[in-house]
Structures are given as structure tokens and as C-alpha cells.
Write a protein that binds this ligand. Structure first.
Ligand SMILES: CC(C)(COP(=O)(O)OP(=O)(O)OC[C@H]1O[C@@H](n2cnc3c(N)ncnc32)[C@H](O)[C@@H]1OP(=O)(O)O)[C@@H](O)C(=O)NCCC(=O)NCCS
Length: 378
């Protein structure tokens, strides 16, 4: 057994063989199955990208149509799930609701106890479709609105916006959401994906692995950062403060700024490049450039002063804000997209499984420590 001790936070450790995603953090390359993220962002769709992630190659026209219809057909939730969503307190955040509801989805999945490859793929189609439905339905229920039935003729992005808002989404909104879903779909062994693989490797089940992954994504150091960015922009705006002065003070107080820094990228996160453009264009089209301008001022300052780059979460905040989406839906939207990557990794793990069980370097009291009887302890 190797006695090498990994760095704190497993930095730099290669923990699995995987054919899904390749990142070169030094030069800012991200690719899904070898295809550059810039090409996918500009040319692909969430459905095509998900098919690529799950099957290893781009689908042909027939395969893509089949994939799209399988995902659309999976837009179905047992009525008892909707009852459950109704019963949650409206103070529950959509991310907490998603985590809890996804765990319960296994009760109603016919393949619950089947851990075969084909059954796992079927469960992943269901979960991908159901994630978007749960987020949209819960948001409407907490606002006292009626549930909007899914539209199986729409794309994944369009159906989500339709079920969320109850109005046919604009072409721009669908294109923006679809591109955001492509950009967030996969990112190698990030914390939530690693959590999913660890759980899957115990031969638990897909729903358990995905529930654990949602819990990991929720944290402010991971997917929760996009909500942190928007809360910061709102706080600065409300205080009428200068954005640069505000973050300068935060940095002086050793506070972290959500949406900056990355464990792997030492240069610009290639996803941020697209989200910045999206945020700017949407803001201009909507005549509301405030969030973009504040974000840009903060980015330029932190870039110059701290040599820290914006990550995927920084401009997704102003992008979603301009689309009129509530802040606490930002991380669930990340989850709706990342379900594609989690699924690819869970399936890859189970296709060639071995329990993931590392060791710890023991730094506690020396062995053997004495067992002192209770009456003799101070
Ligand atoms: C992403 C993140 C968790 C990576 O963490 P990490 O690899 O463990 O890096 P560290 O937290 O050790 O940061 C290294 C240094 O950069 C600084 N730093 C990193 N991110 C920072 C941020 N967002 N704001 C201010 N300083 C930051 C740290 O304070 C540390 O400085 P030090 O060496 O002087 O102590 C971290 O950059 C972060 O907390 N970012 C904000 C949350 C976020 O946007 N998460 C989404 C990631 S996609």
C-alpha cells in the first residue's frame, strides 16, 4: 500500500480513470468526451450534450431524436410526489426540496432495485426529466400558483421555463437556458460528482448517489456560490455602495468573494467566458445592464488585485437575474444541468466498479492510549 499522504482537500490527487471529461486548468481547456466546451456551448443542445456524455459519442440525427423523445416521455411525476411537494413548508429552499424529493423518487421508480446498466440508464432519464419538474412545480406551489403540466413537444430547457412560468418562453430565454445547461452539465471529479461516485461504488443505488451529490452541490464553496454572487450584488445595490470599494473591504476582512477562484483553473474558467457574454447581451437586450456592469467592475478589480478569475458561478448570477429567475433557483438550475454529468459518472463507475475507500493519515493521540476508568478522570 502507498503511504503517500494527499494534500489537504485532496488537491492534485487523481482518484479515478474516466473517459468523460478532460480539463487542462493551466490553459483553461474543458472538454466533454474530448469535444471542446466552446464548440458545445455554441453548437450543441442540452439533450445532445447529455447523449454525448452518457454514450461517449455525438448522436446521429435518429439517435438524437430518440434521446429527445425518451427524455420528454420521462416528464412524469407520481401524484404522491406532487402531494409531498405541497406538504413542504414554504420556507424550505428549492435546493432542500430537490434533495429531499429526489430521495423519495426512488419509491415510485419501477427500476428502483435493479442496479443493471440498462435500468440505471432508464433511472437517469427519469431523474433528469424529474429534476426540472420538481424545481418548477415547487416554485409555483410555494407562490400559491397552479402546477403547469409538462409539454412533451418542448426541449428540456423550454419545458423547464414553461413549467416554471406558465407562459411560452421566448426564443432568447430558451437559448440562454439551454446554453447554461450545456455549460454546467459536467466537470470531472468536482465535489458533488466525487460524492456521487463514492456512493455508487458501494453498490447503493442511483437515487442515493444523486441525493448525496445534490447535498454536496448545495454548499457555498460549490454550486451554492451562484446564489452567493447575486446576494452580494443585491446587498451592494441596496446599500448604494461602490462595488469595488465593497469587495475591497470584504477582501481586507479576509472574506471570500463568491464566484471567484477555482481548485483546477489557473486561468479563466472557459465557461465564464460564455456566461459573461450572455450576461452582457441579455442585459443590453433587456435595457438592464446594472448587474452586468457591477459584476464586470468587481471582476476587473479582483482580477488585477488578487489574480483571481471569475468561475462558472459569477456571471450565471447576473444572467439568471436578467431572465427574472428567483435567486434560490440558481443552484437548483445548476443541479438540473449537472444531473447529466452525475449520471455519466455513476454509470461509468458501476460499469467497472470497485469500492472507493481511501485511508487517513492518523494524527490523533499515540496508540496505545490508556483507558482511564470514569471515576479516575479529572
Ligand atoms: C473554489 C474554491 C473553493 C477553491 O478553493 P481552494 O482550491 O481550496 O483554494 P483556497 O480556498 O485555498 O484559496 C487559495 C487562496 O486564494 C484565496 N481565494 C480563493 N478564492 C477566493 C475568493 N473567492 N475570494 C477571495 N480569496 C479567495 C484564498 O483566500 C487563498 O488565499 P491565501 O493563500 O492567502 O490563504 C475557492 O476559490 C472559493 O472558496 N471560491 C468562492 C466560492 C466559489 O465561487 N465556489 C464555486 C467554485 S466553481
Amino acid at each position: 500500500m502507498s503511504t503517500a499522504v494527499a494534500g489537504k482537500g485532496l488537491e492534485g490527487v487523481v482518484a479515478a480513470n474516466s473517459g468523460i471529461c478532460w480539463i487542462d486548468g493551466e490553459v483553461g481547456v474543458l472538454s466533454y468526451r474530448g469535444i471542446d466546451i466552446h464548440e458545445l456551448a455554441l453548437n450543441s443542445t442540452f439533450e445532445e450534450t447529455t447523449s454525448l456524455l452518457w454514450n461517449g459519442i455525438l448522436p446521429n440525427a435518429l439517435e438524437l431524436r430518440e434521446f429527445q423523445s425518451q427524455l420528454a416521455l420521462a416528464r412524469s411525476l407520481d401524484q404522491r410526489m406532487i402531494q409531498m411537494l405541497r406538504s413542504f413548508p414554504h420556507t424550505a429552499t428549492p435546493m432542500e426540496v430537490l434533495r429531499t424529493a429526489v430521495s423519495a423518487l426512488s419509491f415510485y421508480d419501477a427500476d428502483e432495485k435493479d442496479n443493471s446498466h440498462d435500468a440505471n440508464v432508464r433511472k437517469c432519464f427519469n431523474l433528469t426529466a424529474q429534476f426540472a419538474m420538481i424545481v418548477a412545480i415547487y416554485d409555483r406551489l410555494r407562490k400559491g400558483k397552479k402546477v403547469v403540466p409538462p409539454d412533451r413537444s418542448m426541449s428540456h430547457a423550454a419545458n423547464f421555463l414553461w413549467m416554471l412560468n406558465g407562459v411560452k418562453p421566448s426564443e432568447t430565454a430558451v437559448k440562454t437556458m439551454d446554453m447554461a445547461l450545456v455549460l454546467h452539465a459536467e466537470h470531472e471529479l468536482n465535489a458533488s460528482t466525487f460524492a456521487a461516485r463514492v456512493i455508487a461504488a458501494t453498490l447503493s443505488d442511483v437515487h442515493s448517489a444523486v441525493t448525496g451529490a445534490i447535498g454536496a452541490l448545495k454548499g457555498p464553496l460549490h454550486g451554492g456560490a451562484n446564489e452567493g454572487v447575486m446576494r452580494l450584488l443585491l446587498t451592494i445595490d441596496k446599500a448604494g455602495a461602490d462595488p469595488v470599494e465593497y469587495v475591497k473591504n470584504m477582501l481586507a476582512a479576509k472574506q471570500k468573494i463568491s464566484g471567484f477562484g477555482h481548485r483546477v483553473y489557473k486561468t479563466e474558467d472557459p465557461r465564464a467566458t460564455h456566461l459573461r457574454k450572455m450576461s452582457e447581451k441579455l442585459g443590453k437586450d433587456a435595457g438592464q445592464t446594472k448587474w452586468f456592469e457591477m459584476s464586470r467592475a468587481i471582476e476587473l478589480y479582483i482580477n488585477a488585485d488578487k489574480k483571481l478569475n471569475a468561475n462558472v458561478d459569477f456571471y450565471s448570477a447576473s444572467t439568471y437575474a436578467t431572465l427574472g429567475i428567483d435567486i434560490d433557483l440558481y443552484t437548483p438550475i445548476f443541479a438540473i444541468s449537472r444531473m447529466a454529468g452525475w449520471a455519466a459518472h455513476i454509470i461509468e463507475q458501476l460499469d467497472d466498479n470497485r469500492l472507493i475507500r481511501p485511508r487517513a493519515e492518523y494524527i490523533g493521540p499515540p496508540y496505545p492510549a490508556p483507558y482511564i476508568p470514569l471515576e479516575e478522570r479529572g
